[in-house]
Structures are given as C-alpha cells and as structure tokens.
Design a binder for this molecule. Structure first.
Ligand SMILES: Nc1nc2c(c(=O)[nH]1)N[C@H]1C(S)=C(S)[C@@H](COP(=O)(O)O)O[C@H]1N2
Ligand SMILES: [Mo]
Length: 248
C-alpha cells in the first residue's frame, strides 16, 4: 500500500476501532492526527503502534537483569522511604485528571495485574529478558479519568541526575493505553530491587530502555511537554538529544 496521508488515517481509524475508550475521545483523535505527530506515524507506519512486543518463555529469562543509569537514588527522601520498606511511599496521579489519586504499594498490589516476559533493549548496547508484574497503566488512568486535553503522561522519578534535575520521561496516550504498558512492582517473581527501580517502574514494551522510568513518584497527565524539564519530554531527551519516540 502506498503510504499517503489518507491511507495512514484510514489505517489509524481501523486500528482504533477495537478500542472504544480511545476512539470515542475526541481530543485523543485530534492528538493522533495532529501535524506534530504525523511524521512520527509516517516513519513508523500507523498500523504498528498497537502491535504487541514479543513475549518470551520462562526458560528464556536472563539469569541476571543488569542495572543501568541510577542504581540507587540515594537521596535522603528516597532512603527514608526505602528504610521503611516503602510503606510510606505512594504514587501521585495528578494533572489533567478528574480524580487525582495517591496509590500505596499495598493498593497497587491489590489491583488487577498483568505479567509479561519481555526483552529490554538499552541504546548502550545490551539487552535482558525479564518477567515483569504490575498494574496496567490504563487501569490507573481509567480510575483517575483523564480530562479532555490530556495528551501525554509524564513519569516523575525519585532520582536526582545532578544539579537538582530529576529523571523523568513521558509517553503519549497510545502507549499509555497499550495493553503491555504497566507500572511494575515485581521482576522475576520478586519485589523490584532498588537497582531495577523499587518500588515501582514503568514498562512500556514497544520502547527502548531509557523510556522505562524507574523509582516512580508520580504520574501526571498534561496537554503539552512545554515547561517540563527543558521541554523535550525526558531527561535524556533534554540533555543528550535522545529521540522522544523510541519505538522498537
Ligand atoms: N529513574 C530512572 N529511570 C531510568 C534510568 C535512570 O537512570 N533513572 N535509566 C534508564 C535506562 S537508560 C535504562 S537502560 C533502564 C535500565 O533499567 P534497569 O536498571 O532495570 O536495567 O532504566 C531507564 N530508566
Ligand atoms: Mo539505557
């Protein structure tokens, strides 16, 4: 099929037909078809956005899932949370939502889970297969109810990358509602270690390693990435020119 804008739009409509929640949200459609997003779609091919990342068998799990980037946030605030087994930690859900929430680890563990064995690919040239367990981000966003105008989900992390700049990342609503996008609290059937992002991290399986934000403190629904960090949607996007869209 020749990739014309018309064909892309037809493809996108077909893709969305199975997803009532998103298809019925006018601002989401608008965001998908905006000129700003169009080149990303054209590059990737529209049909690919809702494809599932490959999942693997238990015997394919890597014996060791290495840590990269921050391996311990080591801030006084994080240390205090860690010392108490994260009993005082909660995830703040804020921004363009009708019902802001604060979810404790115990509450998250009681929500419906998803488990997935996937491969993590870091741009620095290593991969690892791990089994993640967590709450679909969709479940949390449905509970908080996105308001019209929400276009991105920003993930706020506990680690300071130096100079008071926290790690952060952001994803669009397509990835936020993707079935394999979860907030994970367990890796390989054990509570997430500090090295791998305790107590909670993002798994957005169609994207590269640096999008998999660790040490989550809050998620925020926003209309624009302007004014957050340097405005490019993530720490490495801001400071090392990494692509915001890191689809694989
Ligand atoms: N908060 C936070 N999240 C982060 C990072 C980080 O330094 N801080 N590093 C990213 C990078 S580059 C990779 S490859 C993965 C590494 O996850 P792992 O430590 O579990 O291997 O986390 C990503 N998420
Ligand atoms: Mo990475």
């Amino acid at each position: 099929m020749i990739l014309t804008r018309r064909n892309l739009l037809l493809g996108a409509t077909a893709t969305l037909a199975g997803c009532d929640r998103l298809a019925s949200n006018a601002s989401f459609r608008e965001a998908l078809f905006s000129a700003e997003n169009f080149h990303k779609w054209a590059q990737r091919g529209v049909m690919a956005r809702d494809a599932l990342a490959p999942e693997f068998r238990p015997d394919q799990i890597s014996p060791f899932f290495r840590a990269n980037g921050t391996a311990n946030p080591n801030t006084p605030a994080y240390k205090a949370l860690w010392r108490n087994g994260f009993a005082d930690w909660s995830l703040a859900i804020t921004g363009l939502v009708e019902r802001p929430l604060a979810l404790s680890l115990a509450q998250l563990r009681q929500m419906p889970h998803r488990e997935q064995i996937t491969r993590h690919d870091c741009v620095e040239g290593w991969s690892a297969i791990g089994k993640w367990r967590g709450v679909p981000l969709k479940t949390i966003l449905d509970a908080a109810k996105l308001r019209d105008g929400a276009r991105y989900i920003v993930l706020r992390c506990a680690d300071d990358m130096g100079g008071g700049r926290p790690y952060y990342e952001s994803i669009d609503l397509f990835d936020a509602f993707h079935p394999q996008t979860i907030l994970a609290f367990a890796l390989n059937d054990r509570p997430l270690s500090v090295a791998n992002g305790a107590p909670l991290r993002l798994r957005v399986e169609r994207q590269l390693g640096y999008k998999q934000a660790k040490y989550l403190m809050g998620i925020e629904a926003v209309a624009t990435l302007d004014g957050i960090g340097k405005g490019k949607g993530g720490y490495w996007e801001d400071y090392a020119d990494y692509d915001w869209y890191a689809g694989i």
